[in-house]
Design a binder for this molecule. Sequence first.
Ligand code: GLN
Length: 487
Amino acid sequence: MSDLFYKTAGELSGLLVKREISSWDLTQAVIERTKAVETKVNAFLSYNEAAALKQAKNSDERIARGESRGPLEGIPVGLKDIIAVNGEQLSCGSKILEKFNSPYDATSAINLKNAGAVLWGRLNMDEFAMGSSTENSAYQVTSNPWDIERIPGGSSGGSAASVAAGEAILSIGSDTGGSIRQPASFCGVVGLKPTYGLISRYGLVAYASSLDQIGPFARSVEDVAILLQAIASHDRLDSTSIKVDIPDYRTVLKQEDRRWKLGVPTEYFSDGLDKEVGVAIENAIKFFENNGCEIVNVSLPHTELAVPVYYIIATAEASSNLARYDGIRYSHRSDRAIDSIDLYFKSRAEGFGEEVKRRIILGTYVLSSGYYDAYYLRAQKVRTLIRQDFIKSFEKVDALLTPTSPTVAFKIGERSEDPLSMYLSDIYTISLNLAGLPGISVPCGFNSDKMPIGLQVIGKPYCEAEILAIAHKFERSHDFYKEHPKL
Ligand code: GLN
């Protein structure tokens, strides 16, 4: 069967259960595909063929015994290299963790194993998830499969690019300010950031703990629903994990006839929005209007404060979380130190990259005495205002429609010397992390250079089912998801 690697998990699980294909064949096809295109894409930091094929064999045996564990049984799923898998590398894209192997499994990795998935490879990312282009990885720059001279987005660039290129059927990443939705949008795949607390963060290396969430990437909305189902769970090991009823996401997708009330926030359609992206989003909004939905203009007046507030809160939390890399407990230890204080300085100076250092310095500054009230405390207050804007708008509508990013994927190197323009590529995604809300990016067209554009659907807390259904309604009436990059 040709192009197994471009089929969706929904299609593949049917074929696997009927035993028309085996997980071994599928995993082999994904491995071959990876070997064929990886020199161009560079999505993986490492992969282990033998380990993947062994898991595939176990899956095939379970299926043969009639013991399939569900729709992920035998499906290769890639993991961002910030999510712990027992015995595997866990570099977070950083030299400071170059030789570090995880001694335990993240809860989401356990959930994937329990669902029968084949865990496939360690995916490239911006160092400690700080970035929007994957150029901050200490190891390599990942390319966008639609144009290898462009970035795939970030920080989960490897997760998005691998799925777009057929090097994985599904993948998971993490999103602190847009790191799932923005690369999904840039690579023409679907990516979802769940409500804060829906997915356990146990085993996700911390960047900014009040914002970080794990979430799925896939080539269809249905596949995102399948993957979310497997990883959403209450977990005693993460004190921020919430106990909520988890619906059957795949069955609730089919609410095509529901007359959704959809809000369009005026502030998201201002100056910085690229013309062609704007047109694609307007067309998507018209689609909903012409198909039984009501469109309502809403206002989120504190939107312009989201980026500055994020860069205070996220860096403050990062400066505290990254204090643990001291040259003693983990990986890189300088061999040039003359005493123990010098060991901290040199190990950190040698191990961290420029962007991580910039953020640790910024975060330490906003938390320092004399500046704490003026920056950190104030940012927390504005964070509340940003959340209240959303809560107010949700009194009138079921969900919001916005662009995922103001532009399409930019060229490698184009913004790496200009941190501010890099930070602005998350202007439409960051507010959701500050407010803890779920958001999904679904492909909604291409620009004249054939670069993908993403539509973001924002939901109320724990309303993943609703935004999946809205994204699904759009996806099923368009053909974007059937197109693949020519590599
Ligand atoms: N680009 C944003 C940052 O650099 C968001 C990253 C993320 O979501 N992990 O912080």
